[in-house]
Design a protein around this ligand. Structure first.
Ligand code: TPP
Ligand code: MG
Length: 297
């Protein structure tokens, strides 16, 4: 298995190749997810939210990149899916209401942060059973013939129903993009304690295109775009969770800070002024979304 690092699978020159419009859209989506999540964090710390919360802080650029290059895909997400919901165009007010357990939430207030659904944007969350969204995505591709993306974690990818699904999709060449957001943790247990094998090798052995990369959003976009032309494909994205598994605590400094690393790349493209404007808009939007709820406290 490859060693974890922030530069795994790095391809030089991609930011310039994808261009400024892509870069600004990438930033717009990831930055809004970040400001939304910071408000959720504040609401948790003020005890407005008391249910388990799975934040996307640290992984928001994965969802942003995928949502730009695979916008037409149905998405089968799991917990830690706020950024997928937001980047793929879900209504932020409905996500807020879902997290607050209100009937106006995107899952009618029944799922909380764990299993968000976005039917209008064809985003289907799991029901709480880790990895169940993977066979369901393969079934959806079989039934509809439309491209489907499924996102699971490095622990969910160990579930026994994953591999028959990967094998069937590989055999039948179903249009499924398998994403594993690999933060090296199953709650608190690292990959090296749990397994000596890599899902990338297993997927490749089944005859599908499979890569193991760090969470550089341009590299993520590059492979997703490339694989979309000949699915199925499997992308293991080495990612970093900034906060605890659930809730808003921290267990020390993150292994690397993809958010800051990406800002540095964006600045090199000469986008600082446009980014400052976008950040301002996003901050205001997130503030307005949560203002009424947070004011009550
Ligand atoms: C089938 C199943 N087993 C165990 C759990 C309990 N559980 C919930 S999340 C989790 C860890 C998930 O890790 P991973 O898939 O890597 O996602 P991450 O939280 O790291 O993003 C576990 C063990 C569950 N929900 N479903
Ligand atoms: Mg994990």
């Amino acid at each position: 298995m490859e060693r974890r690092s922030a530069t795994l699978g790095h391809i030089p020159g991609l930011p310039e190749k994808f261009g400024k419009d892509f870069a600004l859209e990438l930033f717009r989506r990831a930055n809004f997810s970040r400001h939304f999540e910071l408000k959720v964090k504040e609401a948790c710390e003020k005890k407005l939210i008391t249910i388990p919360i799975y934040l996307s802080l640290g992984t928001e650029f994965n969802a942003a990149a995928l949502s730009i290059v695979a916008s037409e895909f149905k998405v089968f997400a799991q917990h830690r899916g706020h950024s997928f919901y937001l980047s793929f165009g879900g209504d932020p007010g409905e996500l807020r209401d879902e997290i607050l357990g209100l009937p106006t939430g995107c899952s009618g207030g029944m799922s909380g942060s764990n299993a968000i659904q976005g039917k209008g944007i064809e985003l289907y969350g799991h029901s709480g059973l880790m990895g169940e969204q993977v066979p369901i995505a393969v079934g959806a591709a079989l039934a509809t013939g439309k491209p489907c993306m499924t996102v699971c974690g490095d622990a969910s990818v160990e579930e026994d129903y994953i591999y028959p699904s990967l094998g069937f999709a590989a055999t039948q060449k179903y249009p499924v993009l398998f994403i594993c957001e690999d933060n090296d943790l199953s709650i608190l247990t690292k990959v090296e304690t749990r397994r000596s094998w890599s899902p990338v090798d297993v997927a490749a052995s089944m005859g599908m295109d499979a890569v193991d990369i760090a969470d550089n959003p341009w590299v993520v976009a590059h492979h997703a775009q490339r694989m979309s032309k000949a699915l199925p494909g499997f992308i293991n994205i080495r990612s970093v969770r900034v906060l605890w598994h659930a809730g808003t605590g921290t267990d020390g400094p993150p292994e690397w800070d993809r958010y800051e690393l990406t800002l540095a790349e964006l600045n090199k493209l000469g986008l600082a002024d446009q980014m400052a404007k976008i950040e301002n808009e996003n901050k205001t939007k997130a503030h307005k979304l949560w203002e009424k709820q947070l004011q009550k406290l």
